[in-house]
Write a protein of this length. Structure first.
Length: 713
């Protein structure tokens, strides 16, 4: 790819921005930093030193000029009047959110001294907590990981989103690999499984629409008739947590009806006979009874999938957020190899493309800086169970540094999380843009820059492009980039390894294997000049096998799992919370609850942006009219959903998009902006998935009633 000439990194030539611009106006290249597979390329218009527009790059092959409603309002978020713009020190009780301003030097000196005192006793008593508030290599885990590794702090098992799926697809396909999302436009059949891309993967939906205009059939597989499902040709609605059963039922029909590509299976798969024996038990009738769908639906879907080419599956994260989430991904990921769908460029499956990028994580985050690495690394704390860890880890967590995350709002089992953060003996530092639920518990609240104010480079997990983010404006107030804060703490604590003084550009150079031939000889300068670069990939990467598994084949049966004493084949692992597995619990809490993302929020980000909160209005849930009638709940009533973990309030909407026995509660509001002061995670469980140690947000039973009198802010 030949870079366009630019007067400076990040500046866009006039030809790319629609002609001559005023002298005081410029356009800067950026990248969306958020936890979304689209990783959009941005064009940021700056006039007289102020951002006046954030738009999608029309030349970027997946962004194609379009942004979601959230990121198109990024300037509103950056200039929000409630931005934290000075370092702050707590003066009230934890949770009150009362602070006083303090200078950077005084704040950093005290933080460094407090962390050093804890580290002198046992550095494992220090825990970083972060996730994908920004997914950049610099402001995400670049300098931060190096700092905590050198310190010897406890490691954070960052599992709150995708690790169950990563484990499932890793044991089947060998890694987070799959189709090029742009190829979906040429498919003749697309199964959208466990995903609502209109809300959470907008640019994939545009490729699906391209395919539809060319005659493709779109099928949504989702317990809820989402906006996406309502716009597909067919909607199959399995009960939450039964996706593996549905996939095994499809296998049964494919094998029984002779729709398997025997040549592909023989050449490029491992364990077919064992898988066929397991699938033989999953008749359409058993599948229908388990999933709550019709037996004829199972047969029809299997035959459609087995007789249509090219056939593509867009698998997403809704599938993996129950007890058997990893096995569900294993089962679904086995389907393309059974029918030989990988032979076609527009056939196969995509869950995540992150394993198709030339990354060098060991150089980037430097785990070798840890004392005792690799034989005796510090302990690991699972972020999903942060409430339990803060209340019961041994040795105890005495210092917590939170950045790029809002765990009080987003972690499950909120009451325990809140109790953990409320410990007066816990020293807590939070790097943030706003006074979030988590920030209210900070001893020090440090102002972070937004994406418009710092440099970064971004990978993706939904396509094949790297993207640069150039700072469009100077940091507002006294805000500082995350990387600068961790460099400053390292200096004050005498951590003098050169890796802790690396520049932002050096961190990016370390994060990517620039010698990988898939980059075609490009370097960081070329990326900054163009704004984005494509990572080369074969049109049909597994047409002739070559999966990145130990065998080089799609592994229906995994020797690696067998060696761990686990089932080598995918199977249906029932939900922990269901009438079959927990009958007494189901009698008390008879409604299954899933909590997909609200359209106008991204996890807990954007909840406080006025225009987006106004569009979302208030926490809401959808319930079948018959379930509502049984409980005397009128359409539009404020209700309370509860179980033995906690309770939250939401506005009930009667809806035939929800099957009986299911409630859909949209997430994730800040607790303090929700009626009653709690969001959906007051009732979710901190139990983990079958593989990957991931969360089970959608494995949750609740009861519902009209909200009692009280705080309904």
């Amino acid at each position: 790819m030949t870079p366009e000439p630019h007067p400076a990194p990040g500046a866009v030539p006039e030809s790319a921005s629609g002609g001559v611009r005023p002298a005081a106006e410029r356009i800067v290249r950026g990248a969306c930093p958020h936890d979304c597979p689209d990783t959009c390329a941005l064009l940021v218009t700056v006039r007289d030193g102020r951002v006046v527009d954030v738009a999608g790059d029309p030349d970027h092959p997946t962004t194609r000029g379009a942004l979601c409603a959230k990121v198109s309002r990024y300037a509103e978020r950056t200039y929000h009047p409630e931005r934290v713009l000075r370092p702050m020190r707590r003066v009230g009780r934890k949770g009150e959110g009362r602070f006083e301003p303090i200078g950077w030097d005084e704040a950093l000196d005290d933080i460094a001294a407090r962390l050093a005192a804890v580290a002198a006793c046992d550095p494992q008593r220090i825990l970083p907590y972060s996730y994908a508030g920004t997914m950049g290599w610099v402001q995400g885990e670049g300098m931060a990981s190096r700092f905590f590794h050198k310190l010897g702090a406890s490691q954070l098992d960052r599992t709150i989103c995708a690790t169950a799926g990563a484990a499932g697809i890793g044991f089947t396909l060998g890694g987070q690999v799959g189709m090029d999302v742009e190829r979906f436009a040429d498919a003749k059949l697309i199964l959208i499984w466990g995903s609502n891309p209109i809300t959470s993967n907008l640019h994939f939906w545009r490729f699906a629409q391209d395919a539809r205009r060319r005659g493709a059939t779109l099928v949504a597989i989702d317990p809820y008739r989402s906006e996406t499902a309502a716009r597909c040709h067919r909607h199959v609605a399995p009960w939450p947590g039964t996706d593996a059963a549905l996939a095994l039922g499809l296998m049964h029909v494919l094998i029984a009806d002779g729709l398997v590509d025997r040549d592909y299976v023989a050449r490029h798969t491992l364990g077919f006979d064992e898988l066929a024996a397991r699938a033989a038990r999953w008749t359409p009738e058993r599948t229908a009874a388990t999933c709550g769908v019709g037996a004829d639906e199972v047969r029809a879907l299997a035959r459609l999938y087995g007789t249509t080419r090219p056939a593509a599956i867009r698998l997403n994260y809704g599938v993996q957020r129950t007890h058997g989430g990893a096995n569900a991904v294993r089962a679904v990921a086995s389907l393309p190899a059974l029918v030989g769908a990988w032979r076609d460029p527009a056939g196969g499956l995509l869950l995540s493309s992150s394993g198709m990028l030339p990354l060098t994580p060991q150089r980037h985050t430097r785990p070798d800086l840890m004392p005792g690495w690799p034989a005796r690394p510090p302990r690991t704390i699972n972020m999903v169970r942060i409430g339990d860890a803060l209340l019961g880890a041994d040795p105890p967590i005495e210092a917590l540094v939170v950045y790029n995350s809002n765990p009080v709002a987003v972690a499950p089992d909120s009451e325990r999380v809140v109790a953990g953060f409320a410990r007066e003996d816990l020293f807590t530092v939070v790097l943030e843009h706003f006074r979030t639920d988590t920030a209210d518990y900070a001893d020090y609240l440090l102002p972070a820059t937004t994406q418009l104010e710092h440099f970064d480079v971004h990978r993706t997990y939904g396509h094949l492009y790297l993207a640069v983010n150039e700072p469009a404006i100077a940091p507002l107030g006294e805000a500082r980039p995350n990387a600068d804060v961790f460099r400053a703490l390292a200096r004050r604590m005498g951590l003098d390894d050169p890796a802790l003084a690396a520049s932002d550009e050096d961190i990016v150079r370390d994060a990517i294997d620039w010698n990988d031939p898939r980059l075609g000889g490009a370097d960081l300068a070329a990326l900054r000049a163009r704004g984005w670069l494509r990572v080369a990939a074969a049109a049909a990467p597994f047409a002739d096998g070559g999966f990145p598994t130990p065998s080089g084949k799609c592994e229906f049966a995994s020797d690696r799992l067998a060696a761990r004493g686990l089932d080598p084949l995918p199977d249906w692992v029932p939900p922990r919370e269901s009438a079959a597995t927990a009958p007494e619990r189901a009698r008390r809490y008879p409604l299954a609850m899933i909590s997909p993302p609200a359209r106008n929020f991204l996890n807990s980000t954007f909840v406080n942006v006025p225009s987006l909160r106004a569009a979302e209005r208030e926490p809401a849930c959808e319930v079948h009219p018959d379930d509502a009638a049984e409980r005397g709940i009128a359409d539009g009533a404020m209700v309370e959903l509860f179980n033995d973990r906690g309770a939250f309030r939401a506005r009930a909407r009667h809806s035939d998009r929800v099957r009986r026995g299911l409630v859909v509660a949209w997430s994730t509001w800040w607790h303090k902006l929700a009626p009653g002061g709690r969001n959906v995670n007051a009732v979710t469980s901190a139990a983990l998935t079958d593989l990957g140690r991931g969360p089970t947000f959608y494995d949750c039973l609740v009861q519902m009633r009209v909200a009692p009198p009280g705080d309904a802010r």
